[in-house]
Design a protein. Structure first.
Length: 756
């Protein structure tokens, strides 16, 4: 029998177990290669650098679209000029497609204008635009004429940026934005680059965009700031200082012009500035490392001011980014990581806060009563950008301000609205100019030049003292005091006085028989109420006396009215209702405007023969894209049967007033005319005053004058038409036109000024 195997001793078994565990816990090289997983390397921090370039900066949006498609998170943004605007909007939490939609649909011509839309102006400013058409007011201060510091103050652009960034207005540190951000501007006094990393995001973007000579400088935290491109147009160094590992640089700087194009002082001056900017940019680009990515969209000679081609420039930026896709792809992250990144950005765009109080910035105390009256209704409610903009317009539309802005201030438990009113650097008093010219190329020309001097805030309720001087076919000197009875109540009184001389033609058919010069002096008092910025009821009384002087003609001609022997002396009374929602006084695109007035004339020389007249004017405009239709009608009637006073006759004739006839060649105590105009915008117009909107159009007109109301009928109206080319210049509307009527009459016009 085989003896049984003995058991392993306990101590030996324990030693064997320990050796086995030790062997298993110490892997061989092959095992290490096949079973170990190395920890993932941390994602590099990516910085985005967006250069300046004006309208060319729209290419930045196309690059952002591709970065989002490739799932490349951006950890920090540094931008200059338009790069600061695009970068600031993206940093505020807007995505690339939202910015693209905004920039492509925005009317840049309007955005770069300072005044609110005309329909939002006060009635006073609308009425001023009817005669004083030159768009450049000049300031008066200490007896000196003041020129503007820039063509554009930026009020409307600031309002737009403020509305878009309102959801992050409570974040004072730019590192706390959905994407950390830096904007670069230039100190106008020292020339140093100013890096803005905190404070108000809107004013930072606006300051970085302030191209000298185009935009007025921005005062921010005690410094006067202009376009950052002068000091650092491609801020790579600033992005690196934000702790990024890799920078993606988008350079949209304009190329230097060849010698053949350097033919004018402005072009040479721009070239000198471009050389300085380019030298600084090249120094920054020289610091790029092998891991950095440079994108330079092929924009050619695209203008920095041509915002009309924004969609095309966005596409060029998108194409340039796709060309860099092989290098960009290495920075992509998984879908779930990108979604987390996007969700974090969106979460920081919080709902507007509830406003607990309203106050004004130091230096703006004079506007405190108006602010308290207008903004009191916003307290205790969530901040509504549209409601704030409406109230800002109510103050800014009165004139006298460079900018009127607002900020959200306070603590997380209590927020307020801080108004910052910057008085007009030109004023507060200012000059406005008017110019009109009409030539029919047959020796009949008229001209008038006018200047208006406005002294503002002469009373606590924003009263004005206005003085007008005019020379030409109508020479005039007038003064008035516009005295509101309370802030924004609408009620006002207006004493006024004027002396005037005007030409009065006497014609037989289309031929001049004689020309008189009428001299008048009047004074009176108006009283009325304005309804918001759209309507007014006014009544008044004034006394007028005057006489005629024969300028052209034979005084012994029995066919001439003997006006020189008939000085006149009248007391006049009127009631007038006005409505004005028209968007533009020169080339309206939408809105309506109407006026209805009764006037009673009581002559001192013939008190037994009173005269009463009723007049009506209407204009309405409707647009679809670049095409506009305007319907207009005017009429007037003298209620008495017999009228012999030449002052009571209504004139017709001239461009858009029966265009085939000589100006004022028809006169009568009753008149009526209807017009239908069509025009198409063939020149889009650029930002501010840098381009001229141009229109091609035609008109159909029907009207006449009648000795009695009973004689008036559609059947005996004159039928006229015109073809015209119109330009909306800073001097006023300019027309080159031809007019003709059903009888074969034809006229040609060069016209500057208002037509009807």
């Amino acid at each position: 029998m085989t003896p049984p195997r003995s058991a392993t001793p306990p101590a030996a078994a324990l030693s064997l177990l320990l050796l086995s565990c030790l062997w298993l816990s110490t892997p061989t090289p092959l095992l290490a290669q096949t079973t170990d997983v190395a920890p993932a390397a941390p994602r590099p921090r990516v910085g985005l650098v967006l250069s300046g370039g004006g309208a060319r900066g729209a290419a930045h949006v196309g690059v952002l679209k591709v970065l989002e498609e490739l799932r490349i998170p951006i950890d920090a943004i540094a931008g200059t000029s338009m790069g600061a605007v695009v970068g600031g909007l993206y940093a505020s939490g807007l995505d690339a497609r939202q910015i693209e939609k905004l920039m492509s649909s925005l009317n840049w011509q309007d955005a770069f204008r300072d005044r609110p839309p005309r329909e939002d102006l006060t009635l006073r400013r609308k009425q001023e635009d009817e005669t004083f058409l030159v768009k450049f007011p000049l300031g008066l201060r200490d007896g000196r004429v003041m020129l503007p510091r820039g063509l554009i103050q930026g009020q409307r652009l600031t309002e737009l940026l403020r509305r878009l960034t309102l959801p992050v207005a409570r974040l004072s540190r730019f590192d706390d934005l959905p994407t950390p951000f830096r904007a670069v501007a230039t100190d106008l006094e020292s020339g140093e680059a100013v890096v803005m990393d905190a404070g108000d995001l809107t004013s930072a973007m606006r300051a970085s965009l302030s191209a000298p000579g185009v935009f007025a400088p921005v005062e921010r935290e005690g410094r006067l700031l202009v376009d950052g491109g002068i000091a650092d147009n491609v801020p790579i160094d600033i992005a690196r200082a934000m702790g990024v590992d890799i920078v993606i640089v988008v350079d949209v700087g304009a190329p230097l012009l060849p010698r053949s194009q350097l033919r004018s002082v402005p072009v040479i001056s721009n070239q000198m500035l471009a050389i300085l900017i380019r030298r600084n940019a090249q120094a920054q680009l020289a610091t790029l490392g092998p891991r950095d990515i440079l994108i330079q969209p092929e924009l050619g000679n695209a203008s920095s001011f041509d915002f009309g081609v924004v969609p095309r420039i966005v596409g060029v930026g998108e194409s340039a980014a796709r060309a860099a896709r092989p290098r960009l792809a290495s920075l992509a992250v998984p879908e779930h990581v990108m979604q987390t990144y996007l969700a974090h950005r969106a979460a920081l765009r919080s709902a507007p806060p509830v406003i607990d109080y309203v106050q004004v910035e130091t230096g703006s105390q004079r506007y405190l009563p108006a602010a308290n009256e207008l903004f009191a209704g916003l307290v205790g409610k969530p901040l509504d950008p549209a409601a704030v903009a409406q109230r800002v317009t109510a103050i800014y539309g009165r004139g006298g301000l460079d900018t009127l802005d607002y900020h959200v201030i306070g603590t997380p438990d209590r927020y307020g609205l801080l108004l910052d009113a910057r008085p007009d650097a030109l004023g507060p008093n200012y000059l406005r100019f008017g110019l009109s010219l009409q030539d029919d190329f047959e020796g009949n020309a008229t001209y008038n030049a006018a200047v208006r001097f406005v002294v503002t805030d002469i009373t606590r309720n924003a009263g004005e003292w206005v003085t007008d001087l005019q020379i030409g076919n109508v020479s005039r000197a007038a003064t008035e005091l516009f005295l509101p009875l309370a802030h924004f109540s609408g009620w006002f009184v207006m004493p006024h006085a004027a002396t005037q001389s005007r030409d009065v033609d006497v014609l037989t058919g289309q031929n001049l028989l004689a020309e008189y010069r009428a001299h008048t002096f009047n004074y009176g008092l108006d009283f009325g109420r304005q309804f918001g910025n759209w309507g007014e009821v006014r009544t008044g009384a004034y006394h007028e006396d005057g006489h005629f002087r024969l300028k052209v003609g034979d005084p012994s001609d029995p066919n001439l009215p003997q006006l020189t022997a008939q000085p006149f002396d009248t007391s006049d009374y009127f009631v007038r209702f006005s409505y004005d929602r028209l968007d533009d006084i020169n080339f309206p695109h939408h809105g309506q405007r109407a006026m209805l007035q009764w006037t009673g004339i009581r002559s001192a020389s013939a008190p037994e023969r009173p005269s009463d007249q009723v007049t009506l004017n209407y204009i309405g405009a409707w647009s679809l894209g670049r095409d506009t239709v305007v319907l207009s009608a005017s009429g007037g009637s003298t209620l008495q049967a017999q009228v012999t006073d030449i002052n009571l006759l209504f004139p017709l004739g001239g461009f858009l007033n029966l265009s085939g006839l000589r100006a004022d060649s028809l006169t009568g105590p009753n008149f009526g005319i209807a017009r239908a105009l069509y025009y198409r915008q063939i020149g889009r117009g650029g930002p501010g005053y840098l381009d001229v909107p141009t229109y091609l159009g035609l008109s159909l007109e029907a009207g006449n004058v009648w000795q009695t109301r009973r004689a008036a009928s559609v059947g005996n109206t004159q039928k006229d038409a015109s073809l015209f080319l119109g330009l909306d210049t800073f001097l006023g509307p300019v027309y080159v036109a031809t007019g003709f009527d059903e009888h074969g009459n034809q006229a040609f016009y060069l016209f500057l000024g208002r037509t009807f």
